[in-house]
Design a protein around this ligand. Sequence first.
Ligand SMILES: NC(=O)c1ccc[n+]([C@@H]2O[C@H](COP(=O)([O-])OP(=O)(O)OC[C@H]3O[C@@H](n4cnc5c(N)ncnc54)[C@H](O)[C@@H]3O)[C@@H](O)[C@H]2O)c1
Length: 355
Amino acid sequence: MKTLNIGVIGIGVIATTKHIPNLLKREDVKITMLCDLDTAKAEKAKEELGLSDAVVCADYKEVCTNPDIDVVHVCTANPSHYEITMLALNNGKHVYCEKPMALTYKEAREMVDTAKAKGLKLTSGTQWRYNPAPMRMKEMVRNGEFGDIYYVKSSQLRPRRLPAYGVYTSKAGNGGGVLLDGGPHSIDLPMWLTDNYDVASVYGVTFDKMKNFPEGNDLGPWDPENFDVEDTAFAMITMKNGMVIYMETAWATNLQQSAIGVVAEIGGNKAGADMVGPGFENHVRTTKIVDGKLTTSTEKIEEPMNMNEYDILHWIEAIQTNGDPLILPEQQATVVRVIEAIYESAATGKVVNFD
Ligand SMILES: NC(=O)c1ccc[n+]([C@@H]2O[C@H](COP(=O)([O-])OP(=O)(O)OC[C@H]3O[C@@H](n4cnc5c(N)ncnc54)[C@H](O)[C@@H]3O)[C@@H](O)[C@H]2O)c1
């Protein structure tokens, strides 16, 4: 197999915890460029992650136009995803663009169409679907165990886990709030579970009720003065086949649910299942009629799986085998379209219908 030369742009939390460590698990990749506006961060990662051969730079254009680079990982703040990805694609690179893939559906579509036209791979970062419990639930869907699925819920009501670092609370800096952070996972998961990205309409509501209560956050206090985005979002998404998705995502609530991740629930006419804690990500609770009695059982999925590793290793495999990435860019464009619709609905108070 060819050794793929990889350039990583945006050497922050996600690049140094998910992308680089998992890329290093494959012998057929070499991380040859590290780019960050703050080159000291890139130098630090170079040192700490043992990337002694990597070239550090501040300008993403150097990575995207370097003829020796095969793959670009875009791990910058959201507003630059489109621009960097387009430059990389137009220079013949495969691109892993972190979620949300773009800020608008128009941009996301252009990214998908460009990748397709050039025969390049494009993916995005909704790896939460690869936790053990969602994987088990997906298997149950495939086996027809739920019967006719008419309801899916995805919930990510964090007690206090607002990313108080970087630009997350700034609309100018990150394009929006929790809807662009937890939102892509929370919207993708129910659609992926049911293999249904065919949206009919969206009704959404957003809040910023918690912005003046920065105490007790497990990622440190945030600055209410530099906070002009939503911290909570709710949406009702109806699908063209009549199924309904209820989505709730929040950085901070006075509720004790899953501390970080997305919790899913599937309702069908033969059975229903949800993820229960503690250990939401690998416990599936199923409720159905057995021998005439309503019966509930909880299964712990013992098989260990790290969602980040699974995602990154399969991404490289898709490039090497000329296969489809697991996280399809078309799916992520739909996720971006739903996010846009939630913002529009929250602003107008009206349902947004898709054609
Ligand atoms: N898939 C996931 O579960 C997941 C989790 C966290 C973050 N993310 C996504 O990853 C992205 C980064 O998040 P983070 O938490 O790592 O943020 P971060 O603030 O820790 O890192 C972002 C880095 O990008 C750099 N940067 C910004 N604009 C740049 C540019 N134009 N050129 C070069 N460098 C630039 C910043 O200096 C910073 O070091 C976001 O889009 C976020 O939504 C995804």
